[in-house]
Design a binder for this molecule. Structure first.
Ligand code: GLU
Length: 294
């Protein structure tokens, strides 16, 4: 009898700054969701951006290990996988599912939009231009981004915290003007090729999930199940940041940080094993955790 391979969960930090207690809490939750369902757990360094740094990534991995998070396989580094993104971009182009976009951010903000067009959606300026118009845009010398030619305006994902969530799908960027594969493309390709079928992350990314799941569908990948967990906010209700005070593991120490995380979740435990035994997704706090650094 062959046993079906277990799926996998993951944590995918961007190495632009040290992880703070909010990031660590999200990582702990991703680990708990994966391990409590018999899944593997994978680590991915999302270092495609030029603001990311190797030494920061190494420190992030060390902090995650120090807090008790374990992972299977070697961490994957997006910057070492450029060919896989390029191959998918080539495939989408060959299927007529992408187009060049010459718009600047200002062009997009200033573009006329249909009365009910959703906030933040690309207005489609470059979607149906003629070849002559495209040639004129090329003349300007601005290197084009590549956008998806989406055939829907919305898509529904299954989220363990938010239920069925329907959100905007627009002609989002697949490859930036500087040639770097866009986050929304890379994340979909990496999750699928690594067998990740459970995506647990901060709820600031909930609105991106319909775009990502729609793209996964176009590429024939399975749909992951999502859990977008509440973020950690500072005393002013804003997203926690380094300038808020003692927020990193180096500043707090492992046992204080772990204690704060378990306390915020309402599951007292002194290590990850005990936390796993207490973990119940139905009891997950639904409100942001307000963290006031000491
Ligand atoms: N790298 C992203 C971040 O640090 C997370 C991406 C994801 O989990 O899909 O915000």
């Amino acid at each position: 009898m062959t046993r079906e391979a277990p799926g996998a969960g993951r944590f995918a930090p961007s190495p632009s700054a040290d992880l703070h207690i909010g990031n660590l809490r999200t990582a702990v939750l991703a680990w708990l969701f994966a391990r409590s369902t018999g899944r593997r757990f994978l680590m991915r360094v999302e270092d495609l951006d030029d603001r990311t740094h190797d030494d920061v990534a190494q420190q992030q991995l060390a902090d995650l290990a120090a807090i008790g998070i374990t992972w299977d396989d070697e961490p994957q580094w997006q910057s070492r996988q450029r060919e896989r993104y390029d191959a998918v971009i080539t495939e989408l182009a060959a299927r007529g599912l992408s187009y060049e976009c010459y718009c600047s951010r200002k062009d997009i903000l200033g573009a006329p939009r249909a009365p009910h067009a959703p906030e933040g959606a690309y207005p489609g300026t470059c979607r149906d231009v003629t070849e002559a118009e495209r040639a004129a845009k090329r003349e300007t010398g601005r290197p084009p981004a590549l956008r998806l030619r989406a055939d829907t305006g919305q898509y529904t994902v299954t989220d363990l915290v938010h239920g069925d969530y329907t959100g905007v799908v627009d002609d989002f960027v697949l490859r930036r003007g500087d040639g770097v594969p866009a986050y929304n493309l890379a994340v979909v390709v990496d999750d699928a090729l690594s067998g990740i079928d459970q995506v647990v992350r901060g709820d600031d990314l909930l609105a991106s999930s319909p775009r990502q799941a729609y793209l996964a569908g176009l590429l024939g990948y399975p749909q992951p199940v999502y859990a977008h967990v509440p973020l950690v906010l500072n005393g002013e209700g804003k997203r926690l940041a380094k300038r808020d005070g003692a927020v990193t593991l180096a500043e707090l120490g492992v046992s204080t940080a772990f204690g704060l995380i378990t306390e915020s979740l309402g599951w007292p435990a002194s290590n990850m094993g005990e936390l796993l035994a207490r973990f119940d997704p139905a009891d997950l706090p639904r409100e942001p955790w307000i963290y006031q650094p000491v």
